[in-house]
Design a protein around this ligand. Structure first.
Ligand code: SF4
Ligand code: SF4
Length: 410
């Protein structure tokens, strides 16, 4: 592994671990949850194979098992089919995933199924991520913005989505934009979106609080995992959102899937998923499985989220291994002499080497204003990563995607 031992100190990890890892793992029986058929207490250790734990998504009232499906990386409709047949109800996709083919695939899978037997969530970018919408106001903004929802519905073959998200938010102005809020209200009134929400995978605690203050959304989809340095603050923000009636769904729960680029060491998937689901304010998680085995593995935690000492020990590997997951904290950026978009590049790196989704990595890298060798002759990297990533090595590696024409991935 080329990464050096990370800067995430043992002391700090253990200190946070007491509240963030061990304590949660030690008290599985106190997790509030709703079993199928009524509210209750999550099963304790040893009750694997029991009924799925079902929770309610805030004020939406939607009930769903604690394990859902992030469809982003999946390209086998049989796996999505199997997920629904297994008991998963929520399918999470986005306007841009696989250039629209992801939504089309879901549309094929759900065709003929009773509409009340599954839930579909999709995401569209607002003016902060979609340059074509910048500066537009009123109807000039709403029309093209909401036209994207119509495109989603057309691909899905549906009259409505259950949740429409504003995709990828990092600042207050993103989630509090009046034009976006008005357009989302229209989407709800028209019946094309039952509920609306936002997604965030950087600066999450602050974005969650901005979203609560906006009083305009029903659901928050947030990055949330055991590798985050700020996981305790995130846990508090999630509790605040739940107290305000918002439903909270977790993504990026398995922190990049592998500890290393060569895929020699896999993160304990079950432990990572259970860790986040032990937060009773998280309704469900959307792990991005792509195979039947991964579906089986993720679904296997649905009735028992107790963490064994061995699993907690596995999660503590993060103490000495940097991993592939970039928590998007941006603390490296000020040190970069060329002010490169390092968090985005690191996310692309995780897509490529953790998720093995080269198309998503290519699209992300392609959207950045860099060339294929952005570090150039910069000698001696001064961009220090708090997790201990070898920043220059990863930037040089993933930026090569910039030189590959998009039609390779079409
Ligand atoms: S090597 Fe690259 S990432 Fe590091 S400081 Fe130079 S330009 Fe920035
Ligand atoms: S690469 Fe930068 S943004 Fe990512 S975890 Fe390290 S310091 Fe944070």
């Amino acid at each position: 592994m080329s990464d050096k031992t990370n800067g995430f100190g043992r002391r700090s990890f253990l200190k946070q671990g007491l509240t963030g890892l061990a304590a949660i793992g030690a008290a599985p029986g106190v997790v509030k949850a709703a079993a199928l058929g009524g509210e209750g207490t999550a099963p304790s250790a040893g009750q694997a194979g029991g009924r799925p734990i079902v929770r309610t998504l805030g004020r939406t009232g939607l009930k769903m098992p604690i394990v859902s499906m992030g469809v982003m990386n999946a390209d086998n409709p049989a796996v999505v089919q199997a997920a629904l047949d297994t008991g998963i109800t929520l399918l999470d996709t986005a306007w841009g995933y696989q250039r629209g083919r992801n939504e089309q695939m879901i549309g094929e899978v759900v065709k003929g199924r009773p509409r009340d037997s599954y839930l579909v969530a999709t995401k569209i970018h607002g003016p902060f991520r979609d340059k074509a919408l910048v500066g537009l106001k009123g109807e000039a903004f709403e029309k093209p913005f909401l036209a994207k929802l119509d495109v989603c519905l057309g691909r899905l073959g549906l009259d409505y989505v259950d949740i429409l998200y504003l995709h990828n938010n990092t600042e207050a102005e993103h989630v509090q934009d009046e034009g976006v809020i008005a357009a989302f209200e229209k989407a709800k009134k028209s019946g094309k979106a039952r509920f609306v929400g936002i997604t965030t995978h950087a600066n999450e605690p602050a974005v969650i609080r901005y979203t609560i203050a906006a009083k305009a959304y029903d659901v928050i989809l947030t990055g949330y995992n055991f590798m985050m340095d700020y996981r305790e603050d995130l846990r508090r923000a999630v509790a605040e959102a739940a107290a305000a009636g918002l439903g909270v769904i977790a993504m990026k729960t398995q922190a990049g899937v592998y500890w290393d680029k060569a895929k020699t060491q896999k993160i304990n998937m079950r432990a990572a998923l259970k860790w986040v689901l032990n937060d009773p304010n998280v309704t469900t998680a959307v792990p991005g499985f792509t195979t039947f085995d991964q579906l089986k593995e993720d679904w296997s935690v649905v009735s028992d989220i107790s963490l064994s000492p061995e699993e907690i020990k596995d999660l503590r590997l993060g103490e000495s291994v940097a991993g592939l997951y970039c928590q998007q904290c941006g603390r490296c950026v000020a040190g970069c002499s060329r002010a490169l978009p390092i968090p985005d590049l690191m996310r692309g790196y995780m897509y490529a080497y953790g998720y093995r989704n080269l198309q998503a990595a290519h699209e992300l890298v392609g959207s950045l204003e860099i060339d294929g060798n952005p570090c150039g002759d910069c000698a001696g990297c001064t961009a220090a990563c708090v997790k201990g990533f070898d920043v220059a090595d990863r930037v040089r590696d993933i930026s090569r995607l910039k030189n590959i024409p998009g039609d390779f991935f079409a």
